[in-house]
Write a protein that binds this ligand. Structure first.
Ligand SMILES: Nc1ncnc2c1ncn2[C@@H]1O[C@H](COP(=O)(O)OP(=O)(O)OP(=O)(O)O)[C@@H](O)[C@H]1O
Ligand SMILES: [Mg+2]
Length: 479
């Protein structure tokens, strides 16, 4: 039993006439499971309107801050405010937890590193990790409220859009180890500068328990600034020689087929495009211990995230060799670097989100893929005044890593205009207009990267590439 009635009342100071126990916690009546406590949050929609539906789906009871319209004999936990109630439950879940907590923040790579920790910690005990990207004022308390008291480890993801959001969530999670993955210009429009982003991310260190360890990106220009906020031990990770956890140089990969194109951009030697084999044969030194590991996801950024996860395991006193071996169970996440064959092209689907750091990382993965390399990019949002420059500065990366650029949105227009004319595929106002152009232009054997902020809706391009070809369609033939 996750929450007994008594534990629910004590944690939230709530009251109710019909006691119930809960096996789980949910904030969405559509996905509530039998036995769950349904928390009626007041967001864009009012969860109170969905209490009856949640109970009908089998919820054990509901946390509410209003009773009107609800049957008196329903299993309800009445609190002054349901969001505060959820936070109280998060704190309660953390307070009673005897295992170890790792919290992950950073500009990019939080979910990836969290999922790598889920895999790497598994050999040492039961792991409870945040679902998806649950990293905000409801995601973090929900992760902690769902934490089984008997688990050995909890991995929380902590994110932010605005200043001041991280510290209270970090104090709620009270991590034994806090990881900062990267500092880069994501959401910079709300923060104003990279210094401000570094300070905001470093606020996670305020939540560390006494004796807790900060795991920080050692190659970052903001290392010293962030380390100054660490209350105790600092463990650095990265590629530089001085890092406590160090990724050893990757052996250079040869791009098959770049030299032997036949004028169509298609290498006759490539009968079928294959997903890249990922990061095979990686080596690192983790706090003095040499480790070897394989990752299903390719790219230096993925390998570096893995080293951060291993550094966190070692900071908990766990054997990095065992942790590294378990990384082979890490599975890349849809929309974040998953490669798949679609017809005769290799699709690198990164349509879930974008910042300049993650676009660069994805372009470098594209650079290593066989065949003609097509980058399809949509606007990066939430960059404020930094938007134009952040887009324009990608020109050298696009030029060196891709053969063709297709783009959409007013900000990407600035990038499109900066790349050499031979690299320009097409530019369109939005992804709806761009999708058919890309679908008509791709050739068998192409490697196609699709990336942009979620709001740029690059999923439309993915959908167009996945759609069966219309009758009479021939690859590469724009009509
Ligand atoms: N260390 C890294 N450096 C650059 N890009 C990265 C790094 N790690 C992951 N990425 C890329 O960044 C994107 C987002 O990854 P991920 O979902 O792990 O980040 P996140 O910080 O959880 O994002 P969100 O803020 O949306 O929750 C993906 O395209 C991924 O491939
Ligand atoms: Mg995330």
């Amino acid at each position: 039993m996750l929450w007994t009635w008594d534990a629910l009342r004590v944690a939230t100071d709530g009251t109710g006439a019909v006691p119930f126990d809960a096996d789980g916690v949910s904030i969405d009546s559509r996905t509530v499971q039998p036995g769950d406590l349904f928390v009626a949050l007041q967001g864009d929609t009012d969860g109170h309107a969905h209490v009856a539906a949640a109970l009908a789906r089998g919820a054990a009871g509901a946390m509410v801050h209003r009773m009107d319209g609800l049957p008196e004999n329903a299993p309800l936990l009445l609190v002054p405010d349901t969001l505060d109630g959820l936070h109280a439950l998060g704190r309660g879940g953390r307070d009673r937890f005897q295992g170890r907590v790792v919290a992950v923040t950073g500009s990019v790579g939080k979910t990836t590193t969290k999922e790598m920790l889920r895999a790497a910690l598994a050999p040492f005990g039961t792991v409870h990790a945040a679902e998806a990207s649950y990293n905000n004022h409801w995601g973090v308390p929900l992760t902690l409220a769902r934490l089984p008291p008997g688990a050995a480890f909890c991995v929380a993801e902590i994110g932010m859009n605005h200043p001041g959001e991280i510290a209270p969530l970090a104090r709620m999670a009270r991590p034994d180890v806090a990881v900062i993955t990267t500092i880069a210009a994501a959401h910079i429009g709300h923060l104003g500068s990279l210094d401000a982003i570094a300070d905001e991310k470093a606020a996670i260190l305020q939540g560390l328990i006494p004796g807790g360890v900060a795991v920080l990106p050692g190659d970052s220009p903001f290392l010293t600034r962030m380390a100054a906020d660490a209350p105790g031990r600092v463990v650095t990770f990265g590629q530089g020689d001085t890092n406590d956890a160090r990724l050893l140089p990757l052996s250079p990969r040869k791009r098959p087929g770049v030299s032997a194109t036949n004028g169509t951009g298609l290498d006759p030697a490539i009968a079928h495009t294959q997903p890249s084999s990922g990061g095979k044969g990686l080596h690192a030194v983790i706090l003095g211990t040499p480790v070897a590991f394989d990752l299903i996801a390719p790219g230096q950024h993925m390998a570096t995230n893995a080293v951060a996860a291993l550094a966190a395991c070692a900071a908990l006193g766990l054997d990095p060799v065992q942790a590294a071996a378990a990384l082979s169970h890490f599975a890349p996440i849809a929309g974040r670097g998953l490669q798949r064959r679609v017809g005769e092209i290799l699709l690198l689907d990164e349509s879930y989100n974008a910042s300049s750091a993650s676009i660069r990382a994805a372009l470098h993965v594209l650079a290593d893929l066989p065949g003609r390399r097509v980058a399809v990019l949509g606007d990066m949002l939430e960059l404020g005044a930094f938007g134009p420059g952040e887009h324009e500065d990608l020109a050298p990366d696009v030029t060196s890593c891709a053969d063709l650029l297709y783009s959409c949105g007013p900000l990407m227009r600035r990038l499109y205009d900066r790349v050499p004319s031979g690299h320009r595929g097409a530019h369109a106002a939005d992804s709806a207009a761009l999708a058919p152009l890309v679908a008509a232009a791709v050739l068998p054997g192409d490697a196609v990267l699709v990336k942009g902020s979620l709001g740029s809706r690059m999923q439309r391009v993915v959908a167009a590439l996945e759609a069966p070809s219309p009758p009479g369609w021939s690859p590469g033939n724009v009509r």
